[in-house]
Design a protein around this ligand. Structure first.
Ligand SMILES: Cc1cc2nc3c(=O)[nH]c(=O)nc-3n(C[C@H](O)[C@H](O)[C@H](O)COP(=O)(O)OP(=O)(O)OC[C@H]3O[C@@H](n4cnc5c(N)ncnc54)[C@H](O)[C@@H]3O)c2cc1C
Length: 531
C-alpha cells in the first residue's frame, strides 16, 4: 500500500454529536484515540460501560512509531478481539542477535518453550494496530468522536467537565471519570498543571522505515559499533508489507532537520544494507525521555500510556506498557461504576501501574546507558563487557541492547500472600501463564481464552468444589478443561485440590494447595478492593 493510499484509508470523518446541542454527562470519557485510549475504551465497552472517546485528529498512521508488540499485549488484544488480526498480519519473532563491530556476539530466544498461544513478539506497524482497534471500537459501540479536541478541564467533586472544540464550535460535557490517554504532549496534563519527573537523553536517533525485499530473517538484529556506522549503534527489524525498521544512533550534536533529508539518509542506509534497492517509507529523528507523572490518579482524572509515562523505545516498553495500563484500569473502573467495588479500588491502579512504570523506566534507562555510554570510562567498561561476552555467559547477561517488554508482576494489596511454597512458572501478582487444554468435547482451547476477562476460580477437583462467588466463574481443570499435556499442572504446580483465584485482568490474586472457603471469600473481597 502506498503512503497516500494508507493516508486515505486511515482518515475518519467528523460527525456532530447530540452532546453539542444539550447538556450531557457520561460514565467515562476517554481522551485520545491512540492505542491506549482505544484499548481502554474497548475494554470498558466489553464490560458493559458506555464510553465516549475523543480525539483531536481525523486520521491515524501519519508516522510509524511502535512496531514490536509483546506476548502479554497480544494476549490482551486477544481478549479485546483483535489479537488474531495482529498476529496474522504481523511478523512473528522471538530470536534476537547482538553484533559487536563485525562479529556476531550471541543470539537469544525470548520464548524457548512451546505450549503458549501467542509468540514472544509480533512486529506490526502502529497504524495497522490502531486501525484494527478503531474498527473494533466501532463494532462494540464506542462513541468515537474525531476532530474533538479537549481544551478545558474542570475537576468536579464527583467527576470532571471538559471543554471540547470541534469544526462546528465548542461544547461542554461532563463525565464521572476521565481517562487521559492523550499521549506524550498530553493537554490534560497541562490543564491540571502537572509535569513529568525524570530524565531526557540528548543523543539523537534516526528512525527509518524502508520498503525493500531483503533476505534478513524475522529476528531483531542489534549492532554495537558496526563497520557501516562506526562508533554508534544500529538496529534492524522486519515488519509486514516488505517494510524494515532501521534505527541509527546519530549522536547529540546531529542536526535533526538536516539528518531527516533523503540525501543524508539514503547514503547511511546504503552503507548499512549494501545496496540502494529500497524506498524510504518514513523517516524521523528522535531524542528519548524516561519519565513519568508523580501520580496517575488525580481525583476523577486517570492518566494512562504516554500521557502518564515515557520510555526510550529500546525494549518496546511504551505502547506495550500503555496497553497494560488500559487493561488494569478498565476492569477496576467497570466494577466501581457498577457499584461492585468502592472508588478506592482506583487507587490500586496508581499503586500497580506506577510500580510498572518505574520498572520500565529503570530498564529503559539502563539500556540507554549501555547503548550510549555517558563518558570515555563508561565506554571502556561497555566495550570490556562486549569483549567478554564472546565467551562468557555472565558477560552476555550484562550486555544490554534493550531488555524487551515483559508483563508486570504486581506487589499489591489486591493479592493475598501465599501460605504455601509454590513451584512452576505462575507467580502471585503476575498474569497467569497460558497452557493448552481440551474442553469437554475434546476441542483444543487455550487457558487464557477460556479465562477471558471475568474473575475466575481455577481448581483441580479433589473433594468439595470451591464455594460460588458472585460474578466469578469456577473452572475445574480435569473436568471443564482437560490438561492432557500436563502443562497446566507443571506451570501452576497444581496437584489435586489446588485452587487459584484469577483477577479480571488474568493476574493471579491468590492460591491454596487445598481450597479454604473462608480464605477464598476473603481473598475475593480483597481482590475487589473491599476492606
Ligand atoms: C520511534 C518509536 C518507536 C517505538 N516503538 C515502540 C514499540 O516497538 N513498541 C511499543 O510498545 N511502543 C513503541 N513506541 C512507543 C509508542 O509509540 C507509544 O508508547 C504509544 O503510541 C503510546 O500510545 P498512547 O495511546 O498513550 O498515545 P498516542 O499514541 O500518542 O495517542 C494519543 C492520542 O491523543 C490524541 N490527543 C492529543 N491531545 C488531544 C486533545 N487535547 N484532545 C483530544 N485528543 C488528543 C492524539 O491525536 C492521539 O491520537 C515507539 C515510539 C517511537 C517514537
Amino acid at each position: 500500500m502506498s503512503v497516500d493510499a494508507r493516508k486515505a484509508l486511515f482518515r475518519f470523518d467528523y460527525r456532530r454529536s447530540p452532546d453539542q446541542d444539550r447538556p450531557a454527562r457520561h460514565p467515562v470519557i476517554v481522551v485520545g484515540a491512540g492505542p491506549v485510549g482505544l484499548c481502554a475504551a474497548i475494554d470498558l465497552r466489553l464490560r458493559g460501560i458506555p464510553v465516549v472517546l475523543l480525539d483531536d485528529a481525523d486520521r491515524i498512521g501519519e508516522g510509524s512509531r511502535g512496531i514490536c508488540y509483546a506476548k502479554r499485549t497480544l494476549e490482551i488484544l486477544d481478549r479485546l478481539g483483535i489479537g488474531e488480526r495482529c498476529v496474522a498480519h504481523g511478523v512473528t519473532w522471538k530470536v534476537g542477535k547482538v553484533f559487536w563491530r563485525d562479529e556476531l556476539l550471541y543470539a537469544f530466544d525470548l520464548l524457548p518453550e512451546a505450549g503458549h498461544k501467542r509468540p514472544a513478539f509480533v512486529n506490526l506497524q502502529q497504524y495497522h494496530l490502531e486501525r484494527y482497534l478503531v474498527e473494533r471500537a466501532a463494532q462494540v459501540g464506542v462513541d468515537l468522536r474525531w476532530r474533538n479536541r479537549v481544551t478545558g478541564l474542570e475537576p468536579l467533586n464527583d467527576g470532571a467537565a471538559l471543554a471540547v472544540e470541534t469544526p462546528e464550535g465548542s461544547y461542554r460535557v461532563e463525565a464521572d471519570w476521565v481517562v487521559a490517554a492523550d499521549g506524550a504532549r498530553s493537554s490534560l496534563r497541562g490543564l491540571l498543571g502537572l509535569d513529568f519527573e525524570g530524565e531526557a537523553f540528548e543523543d539523537r536517533f534516526l528512525i527509518a522505515d524502508v520498503r525493500m525485499t531483503g533476505d534478513f530473517p524475522p529476528e531483531r538484529w542489534f549492532w554495537f559499533d558496526p563497520p557501516f556506522h562506526s562508533g554508534r549503534s544500529a538496529l534492524l527489524h522486519k515488519q509486514p508489507d516488505n517494510i524494515w525498521r532501521i534505527d541509527l544512533q546519530l549522536g547529540a550534536e546531529a542536526d535533526p532537520e538536516l539528518e531527516r533529508r533523503p540525501e543524508r539518509v539514503r547514503p547511511r542506509l546504503e552503507k548499512m544494507l549494501g545496496h540502494s534497492a529500497f524506498e524510504l517509507e518514513w523517516v524521523s529523528v528522535y531524542t528519548f525521555q524516561c519519565r513519568r507523572l508523580r501520580r496517575f490518579v488525580h481525583g476523577r482524572v486517570l492518566f494512562a500510556g504516554d500521557a502518564a509515562h515515557q520510555v526510550s523505545p529500546f525494549g518496546a516498553r511504551g505502547g506495550n506498557s500503555g496497553v497494560q495500563d488500559a487493561e488494569n484500569l478498565a476492569w477496576k473502573l467497570a466494577l466501581v461504576l457498577n457499584g461492585d467495588a468502592p472508588p478506592s479500588l482506583i487507587e490500586t491502579y496508581d499503586t500497580e501501574r506506577l510500580a510498572a512504570a518505574d520498572e520500565n523506566i529503570a530498564h529503559a534507562t539502563r539500556s540507554i546507558d549501555f547503548i550510549v555510554p555517558r563518558s570515555a570510562q563508561d565506554l571502556r567498561l561497555r566495550d570490556a563487557v562486549l569483549a567478554l561476552a564472546r565467551d562468557t555467559a555472565f558477560a552476555k547477561r550484562m550486555v544490554n541492547s534493550g531488555r524487551l517488554s515483559t508483563a508486570s508482576t504486581y506487589d499489591t494489596p489486591l493479592s493475598t500472600p501465599d501460605r504455601d511454597a509454590w513451584g512452576g512458572a505462575a507467580r502471585l501478582g503476575a498474569p497467569v501463564p497460558d497452557a493448552p487444554l481440551l474442553d469437554r468435547s475434546g476441542r483444543p482451547v487455550w487457558l487464557l481464552d477460556a479465562l477471558g476477562g471475568e474473575p475466575a476460580v481455577l481448581h483441580v477437583p479433589d473433594g468439595d468444589p470451591p464455594p460460588e462467588l458472585p460474578g466469578v466463574r469456577r473452572i475445574a481443570v480435569g473436568e471443564d478443561l482437560r490438561d492432557e499435556e500436563g502443562l497446566f499442572a507443571a506451570r501452576f504446580d497444581a496437584g489435586p485440590g489446588a485452587t487459584l483465584l484469577v483477577r479480571p485482568d488474568q493476574h493471579l490474586a491468590a492460591r491454596w494447595r487445598r481450597c479454604d472457603p473462608a480464605a477464598l471469600a476473603a481473598a475475593f473481597r480483597r481482590m475487589q478492593g473491599s476492606p
